[in-house]
Design a protein around this ligand. Structure first.
Ligand code: G3P
Length: 494
């Protein structure tokens, strides 16, 4: 039987998804299931790693049923995942010793302050490309080892393993045979030397993390191991963190090409080719992917709250029933919106890096209504993107002629138009906005020879281009007010 399909597993912050693609890159099955978000204390966010695994497997099984295909027809599996989220498990029992600590979790802010006081800031930046922040995995691993009774000792005895979610899934899908990750995920731990491509001794020692618990790091397009399904061995042949995967899925293979994904957060990445470049203004340097014996880098601007602000409108404020409705309500505000929402619910990411900032609403007047708040929340995604793009253009000394977008919220036309207006750059929405899964599928597909890289570039189609329409004066005035609002949310928590 010929192999006709590639499967991509997309393990995101709020849901697990499985997508099956045929040779023509058409989606033949798509399944999605949400899982529990656990908030044990203010600023803490956890996931049940076993629930993630079961949910992922359930979507996989349902996708295979939906597509009505046999395991023999599957050429390979690619995995893409929420990054940084940290799982520590016992390799003998296979059980996590604590819930997964999610990338948004702020419990290790004080540990980060201590690290900064030891004068490691510059070292961390040069070695890992990152800023010291609770966002990354390192201090989360440290917290687990320090807090769970006997964990440090057990880790030193070699009984515990650490993984970002890709490693956790890989280890389970290979029945505990493979403990590995790819360059893109390793580069989010704040323990990985992204230039010399190895775990960094100094940082590992500083945080008391036994190197034996860290996964082997491999290229992103690589045969990691096999998943056995009904007696058939299916190669797991691609892994990448979801943002790097979206950059790959948008076919941003060349230096200077950039994309912005509107997911739970908002992540803009620019390919900087084989050169590791550093930002002077709060962007991080990260590994984009490893493929064909080469490692490619990217500059990244990470915004912590984007789509989750729309979720807040739906679940927290109960102003909308679903994300699509946000556009309908926002459209009702036809005059200039005087309201600004700064959704610093989890502190501020790039370019501000303030773990102590918290969200706020500005510009309220007696006639402010729900529509204004909804529109301001949508606009906050665009303003945060502008914060990043300005810095990215300055640091890379490249002027973007257009911005490639993807992710759920890019279906919102009002938001995309405002994005183009406030950036003064056209915004290009592809026909296929599932770029995150496409990236993982391509990485796996290239590895097993299912596709060739040049085949896919020729197929990328644009759905719509949004052209800027604001005058310079209007754009600058709106953005100045946004900057004023952001300033006032900083350093809120003592
Ligand atoms: O760095 C966190 C990021 O990988 C989360 O992505 O798509 O789950 O919001 P997403």
């Amino acid at each position: 039987m010929t192999q006709k399909y590639i499967i991509a597993l997309d393990q995101g912050t709020t849901s697990c998804r499985t997508v099956i693609l045929n040779k023509e890159e058409k989606i033949v099955a798509k399944t999605q299931e949400e899982f529990k978000q656990i908030f044990p204390q203010s600023g803490w966010v956890e996931h049940d790693a076993n629930e993630i695994l079961q949910t992922q497997l359930s979507t996989l099984q349902k996708a295979i049923e939906q597509a009505k295909i046999s395991p023999l027809e599957i050429a390979g599996i690619g995995i893409t995942n929420q990054r940084e989220t940290t799982v520590v498990w016992n390799k003998n029992t296979g059980k996590p010793i604590y819930n997964a600590i999610v990338w948004q979790d702020k419990r290790t802010a004080a540990t980060c302050e201590l690290l900064k006081e030891t004068g490691l800031e510059n070292y961390v930046r040069k070695t890992t490309g990152l800023v010291i922040d609770s966002y990354f995995s390192a201090t989360k691993i440290h917290w687990i080892l320090n807090t769970i009774e006997g964990a440090q000792e057990d880790a030193e005895k070699g009984n515990l393993l650490f993984g970002t979610i890709d490693s956790w899934l890989l280890w389970n899908l290979t029945n505990g045979k493979v403990h590995a990750t790819d360059y893109s995920n390793a580069s989010r731990t704040m323990l990985y030397d992204i230039k010399n491509l190895c775990w960094d001794d100094t940082l590992v020692k500083e945080l008391n993390i036994p190197i034996s618990m860290l996964p082997e790091v491999k290229p992103s397009s690589f045969h990691f191991g096999n998943y056995e399904l009904d007696g058939v061995q299916i190669p797991i042949a691609g892994i990448a963190g979801d943002q790097q995967s979206a950059l790959f899925g948008q076919a941003c293979f060349k230096k200077g090409e950039a994309k912005n994904t509107y997911g739970t957060g908002c992540f803009m990445l620019m390919n900087t080719g084989e050169n590791l470049e550093y930002s002077e203004d709060g962007l991080i340097s990260t590994i984009a992917w490893g493929i064909n014996n080469k490692v490619y880098y990217a500059l990244e601007g990470s915004v912590f709250v984007a789509g989750s602000a729309i979720q807040w409108l739906r679940d927290g404020l109960q102003m909308i029933n679903n994300a699509e409705e946000s556009e309908l309500f926002a459209e009702k505000v036809t005059e200039e919106n005087p309201v600004y929402v700064v959704p610093a619910f989890a502190g501020l990411g790039a370019p501000y890096w303030d773990m102590y900032a918290r969200g706020a609403v500005f510009g309220l007047t007696r006639d402010t209504g729900k529509n204004h708040l909804i529109k301001a929340t949508l606009q906050s995604l665009a303003y945060q993107t502008k914060d990043i793009l300005d810095v990215m253009q300055k640091d890379s000394m490249l002027q973007l002629s257009s911005l490639k977008v993807d992710g759920g919220a890019c279906a919102n036309n009002l938001l995309m138009q405002f994005q183009a207006d406030i950036l003064n750059v056209s915004v290009e929405r592809p026909e296929e906005i599932e770029t995150t899964v496409m990236g993982a599928a391509y990485l796996a597909g290239f590895c097993v020879g299912f596709w060739q890289q040049n085949e896919i570039i020729s197929k990328r189609k644009i759905d719509k281009t949004f052209t800027p329409s604001f005058s310079k004066e209007k754009r600058e005035k709106l953005y100045r007010t946004w900057q004023k609002a952001v300033e006032r949310t900083k350093d809120w928590i003592d």
